[in-house]
Design a protein around this ligand. Structure first.
Ligand SMILES: [Zn+2]
Ligand SMILES: [Zn+2]
Length: 181
């Protein structure tokens, strides 16, 4: 996981630990060196696809990174026909981006809370990493792989994968029951 200096500061470690707990796998944390591009003046937003493209060419391909890479940024993101996205993953690149811009209570005029921000960022990051591992969306509104359209839908999710998504992750990660002897 690459943490950009423009992203919410001071929550990196708890977010990293929470993602690791949700997925049941270690998550490395690094300071981001990749330039956040794709700024659109008219929208005052960044194009998520442009950020992923740059992450791919200037980091993943350049340094031959094999593990999924997730960049956390403070830049507000859009993609495709959406007004905004919390995050976006491109599996073929092994790259994803998550924005903390709309995960703050302050964005919605509510009192800020680090706990809320850590919860939301962790769920969003775990969601995109699962996409990079090959998982799709889940109809269970409490599962991390449910696709939230609003902050309330993101908040309704629990910090867990449902049984079937966890089984799918176990399978792609090569975990689970060992073969009978
Ligand atoms: Zn998704
Ligand atoms: Zn699920």
């Amino acid at each position: 996981m690459l943490w950009d200096q423009g992203a919410a500061g001071g929550i990196e470690l708890p977010v990293c630990r929470t993602i690791s707990k949700i997925l049941g796998m270690p998550v490395d944390l690094h300071n981001n060196q990749v330039i956040i591009n794709g700024y659109n003046h008219g929208r005052d937003q960044h194009h998520a696809t442009a950020i992923i493209d740059r992450l791919h060419t200037t980091y993943i391909r350049r340094f031959d990174v094999c593990d999924p890479v997730l960049l956390v940024t403070g830049a507000d993101l859009y993609a495709g026909g959406s007004d905004f996205v919390f995050g976006l993953a491109r599996r073929s690149y092994g790259a994803a981006v998550v924005s903390t811009a709309r995960l703050h209570n302050g964005y919605y005029g509510r009192p800020d809370s680090d706990d809320d921000l850590i919860d939301r960022t962790s769920k969003e990051c775990a969601h995109e990493i699962c996409h990079l591992m090959g998982l799709g969306h889940c109809p269970d509104p409490e599962c991390v792989m449910f696709k939230p359209e609003t902050l309330d839908e993101l908040d309704r999710k629990k910090k867990i994968l449902c049984a079937s998504c966890m089984a799918a992750l176990d399978q792609v990660a090569g975990r689970g029951e060992s073969a009978p002897e």
